[in-house]
Design a protein around this ligand. Structure first.
Ligand SMILES: Nc1ncnc2c1ncn2[C@@H]1O[C@H](COP(=O)(O)OP(=O)(O)O)[C@@H](O)[C@H]1O
Ligand SMILES: [Mg+2]
Length: 335
């Protein structure tokens, strides 16, 4: 038998590889899968956008990668390889060390992750001392430096502020400073700008983009906003009802979307030059994950479904270079 051809596996190994990840929740005496055999790779320095409607399993996926699922959730199967190590097999102590030092995370609402009773300075200094084994004085200098880097004016003075003394945009900058204080290889940003007004959103995305170039860091940016994807991501994974519907580099995804759900998402993205009245939305709602339809989960809302769509789960099939879609009609769309 001829061995399979491998192309320099070590050089091309992704920084993060999520494979066949299934996450289940126990609620009201029942177990349901919020994430169902999801997989994607992130290369070093790359920005992967994860996009999809609310409830599609984006945050649950990120929390699973961080080892921070709520108590009623568990990874039922799959692998989460980070720098070649399966995080699911890592002892809790090692995972805690990795979190913050090698993998940073920022959330949508910084008030929930900043502790209201400690100053900004205490919280950043604590993170740096914990992960970098620096003395307090050196850690404080690093904290001032990081706050200045994320564009907080009079950084040294702001160290003594409490979170509630800052605006939402400034708090999100503090979160970015904290996440980047230890120069992680990977940043998970879950709806990092959703709670902020449009101008501040744009500023923060620019800032994140500059910092990730400077630090050579990979980013997974989770959003329900196609505009954020277009601005910021290199590649996209479109989530629908706990599964990957489509994945592709940004340009082919916008130019030649192969999954009807992606086409619907793009059509419902408000454009700066279009008036909001003409916004197209996808009719219907995402299925209840407690009782998902058999076959394709998008079939109940799909304008191009055929009988076979309701029979079996559609596999992700290649429709172009690095472009895959879980639709049995994707080939027709590509042609
Ligand atoms: N703590 C929980 N208990 C039970 N179910 C949960 C919990 N957290 C999330 N889920 C389920 O997982 C689904 C996906 O949630 P989530 O990943 O937060 O969606 P989003 O794509 O909006 O980030 C939710 O619709 C919900 O059914
Ligand atoms: Mg979410």
């Amino acid at each position: 038998m001829t061995p399979p051809l491998l192309s320099a596996p070590l050089l091309s190994a992704p920084l993060l590889s999520v494979r066949d990840l299934t996450v289940t929740f126990r609620a009201e005496g029942r177990t349901q899968a919020a994430v169902d055999r999801v997989g994607f790779d992130v290369a070093a320095g790359e920005v992967l956008g994860i996009v999809g409607e609310s409830g599609s399993g984006k945050s649950v996926t990120a929390l699973a990668v961080m080892g921070l699922l709520p108590a009623n959730g568990r990874v039922a199967s799959g692998e989460i390889l980070f720098e070649g190590t399966d995080l699911l097999r890592l002892p809790a102590r090692k995972m805690r060390d990795l979190r913050g030092r090698r993998i940073g995370m920022i959330f949508q609402e910084p008030m929930t992750s900043l502790n209201p009773v400690f100053t900004i300075g205490d919280q950043i200094v604590e993170t740096i001392v914990h992960h970098e084994r620096l003395g307090r004085r050196a850690a404080r200098e690093r904290a001032v430096d990081m706050l200045a880097r994320v564009g907080i004016p009079s950084a040294r003075r702001r160290l003594d502020d409490y979170p509630h003394q800052m605006s939402g945009g400034m708090r999100q900058r503090v979160m970015i400073a904290m996440a980047l204080a230890c120069s992680p290889r990977l940043l998970l940003a879950d709806e990092p700008t959703t709670a902020l007004d449009v101008t501040i959103q744009a500023q923060l995305l620019d800032l994140l983009n500059d910092l990730r170039r400077e630090f050579g860091m990979a980013v997974v940016v989770i959003t329900h906003n196609m505009g954020v994807i277009a601005e910021f991501a290199d590649r996209v994974a479109v989530f629908y009802a706990g599964r990957v519907a489509e994945e592709a580099p940004v340009e082919p995804l916008f130019d030649r979307p192969a999954h009807p759900y992606t086409r619907g998402l793009l059509a419902s993205t408000p454009r700066l030059d279009a008036d909001a009245e003409r916004l197209v939305t996808i009719p219907g709602a995402m299925p209840n994950i407690a009782a998902p339809p058999p076959g394709c989960r998008f079939a109940p809302r799909c304008g191009v479904k055929v009988e076979a769509c309701e029979a079996d789960r559609p596999p992700l099939v290649a429709v172009g270079d690095g472009h895959r879609a879980a639709c049995i009609r994707a080939g027709e769309a590509a042609a």
